[in-house]
Design a protein around this ligand. Structure first.
Ligand SMILES: Cc1cc2nc3c(=O)[nH]c(=O)nc-3n(C[C@H](O)[C@H](O)[C@H](O)COP(=O)(O)OP(=O)(O)OC[C@H]3O[C@@H](n4cnc5c(N)ncnc54)[C@H](O)[C@@H]3O)c2cc1C
Length: 493
């Protein structure tokens, strides 16, 4: 419950109409795209940086948690108000303020949606490349806070490669400009980069200056089927080592293929692995590269390869991958694709043995793990397929998740390639990065002495992962009738 004095002052800052405390409104902000749930005490929609600064200063005075939020598409409970407090919806600050393609930069407010920015840039034959799967909805502020990326990272990198400057309201309410509008900048600490991946724990990003680049003139797509996962893995290494630099290589394992075939009439070949390979660039280079990709896939053991630069056929070839996520949730009646173990990155050459290890772990626990991902940069995605209302499935899912991350760490991999940590990956990041965790805690305590910015996340999440669940299942915390709002007790320090 928020102090009435705090609430009145908060309304004074953002206006009555932009501060909501009714249950229905707060309920909509209790989730992100992951498995956790907890209601904030209020939802505010600030319109200016000054309002945000005033609000953060007020929150320090009353020691109330502040949870920045873009589109809420993150997948690990990032913006779930686990200790209550104020959910700060930044979607209203959604202006593209400046476009200077001749200087290779744009300036945007944090609530601008990825696809909307690229639609504006396309008119000038430019783009901002990271391309997350949530491109239609996610905000640039959320992307910067999570250092998001996507299928094209092998060639174009992640959000961090494009952030030139940020305006940030720090946890004390101070407004700080970091970085610049120039391609080169050696002026002092590179704090704009430092904020990337902070997931709302170190401040609120209120303006972003992004580098943009010219759009490639053409692209082409190939789909290759492999009877053996190892051969698909070898194919990826052979393409990259040739060298051909693809703009993406997507892998689908046999569980994903079966799910798509069950849910659609696409009739994908029922093999151990499919690769969807994309190349882009100058038309002549694209032709040469896609032909070479097809040749390499065949010599690596592909049983079939199709490639095309025809616009209509490209859409058809991409359909299998595009329909996969909803297809996985229809794998078995009453089951769902649950975001438990997901988004790990391993050295590219370790993909086949890692996927095999995932399947063995799933068999051991009587659950199904579907694996797909951005194979060209070693970023694997898994979905645990299970009955989310069965407590036994959750217990096995949790054990399997721990073993999956152990397998990832054993091959030199990392806990999260692009989604970030939030709650769901916190125990595994802690296992992987012991010294970094302690350092992150020191930085957080220094910059945010009252621990108000998105508290109890990442390095500060001390519990397991199957608590505060959004599913009505009697397990972990958060569904206790005495704690209907599912808040973590204790709140801020
Ligand atoms: C279907 C689907 C596909 C996805 N595919 C990908 C993918 O391919 N690659 C990928 O990287 N991610 C992917 N994601 C995850 C997610 O979409 C990205 O992490 C995205 O960048 C989150 O943006 P958002 O606006 O939804 O942020 P939110 O979910 O609202 O917030 C995410 C985190 O950032 C913080 N935050 C948000 N805005 C600000 C701000 N202005 N200042 C400070 N902190 C802020 C929040 O506190 C929170 O911790 C996917 C999600 C879904 C649902």
């Amino acid at each position: 419950m928020l102090d009435k004095g705090f609430l009145d002052k908060l309304k004074g800052i953002v206006g009555d109409e932009n501060c909501r405390t009714d249950t229905a409104e707060r309920y909509c902000y209790a989730f992100d795209g992951g498995i956790h749930r907890a209601m904030p005490d209020a939802v505010v929609r600030p319109q200016t940086t000054q309002q945000i600064s005033d609000m953060v200063k007020l929150a320090n005075e009353y020691k109330v948690p502040i949870i920045p939020r873009g589109a809420g598409t993150a997948l690990c409970g990032h913006s779930v108000a686990i200790s209550g407090g104020v959910s700060v919806d930044l979607q209203g600050m959604n202006k593209i303020k400046e476009i200077h393609v001749e200087d290779l930069y744009v300036v945007v407010e944090p609530g601008v949606i990825y696809d909307q920015l690229n639609a504006a840039l396309a008119e000038k034959k430019f783009f901002f490349p990271p391309d997350p799967g949530s491109a239609e909805a996610c905000t640039i502020g959320g992307m910067a806070a999570c250092n998001a990326s996507g299928m094209r990272a092998i060639k174009y990198g992640a959000t961090r490669e494009y952030v030139l400057g940020l305006e940030v309201v720090m946890p004390t309410g101070e407004i700080v400009e970091m970085g610049s509008r120039t391609i080169k900048d050696s002026s002092g600490y590179q704090f704009a980069k430092f904020m990337l991946g902070s997931e709302g724990t170190l401040g609120i990003i209120t303006e972003i200056t992004l580098r943009v680049i010219p759009k490639p003139k053409k692209n082409a797509v190939a789909v290759a089927a492999f009877n053996k996962l190892e051969e698909a893995g070898q194919g990826v290494s052979n393409i990259i080592g040739y060298p051909v630099l693809p703009s993406g290589i997507e892998l689908m394992d046999d569980v994903c293929i079966k799910a798509v075939n069950q849910a659609t009439n696409l009739g994908l070949p029922e093999v151990e692995a499919l690769l969807l390979i994309e190349v882009d660039g100058h038309p002549e280079a694209v032709k040469e590269d896609i032909e070479k990709v097809a040749e390499i896939c065949k010599s690596s053991g592909a049983t079939s390869v199709e490639y095309t630069d025809d616009e209509k056929r490209k859409v058809e070839l991409r359909k299998g991958r595009k329909s996969m996520i909803p297809a996985l949730s229809r794998y078995k009646p009453e089951w769902a694709a649950v975001i438990l173990a997901d988004d790990m990155a391993v050295p590219i050459s370790k993909i086949p043995q890692t996927v095999k290890a995932f399947h063995e772990i799933a068999d051991k626990h009587g659950i199904i793990v579907a694996t797909y991902g951005h194979a060209a940069d070693g970023n694997l995605h898994t979905k645990v397929l299970m009955d989310p209302l069965d407590p036994e499935h959750w217990k096995h899912g949790e054990q399997a998740t721990a073993e999956i991350f152990e397998a990832v760490h054993n091959v030199g991999g990392t806990t999260t390639g692009e989604h970030g940590t939030g709650i769901t990956k916190a125990p595994y990041m802690r296992a992987e990065r012991k010294s970094l965790i302690e350092f992150m805690k020191k930085i957080k305590r220094t910059l945010d002495p009252n621990n108000i910015m998105n508290p109890n996340k990442m390095m500060d999440w001390e519990e397991g992962i199957i608590t505060h669940l959004r599913y009505p299942v009697n397990i972990g915390g958060g569904t206790d009738p005495k704690n209907p709002e599912g808040k973590k007790s204790g709140g801020s320090d």
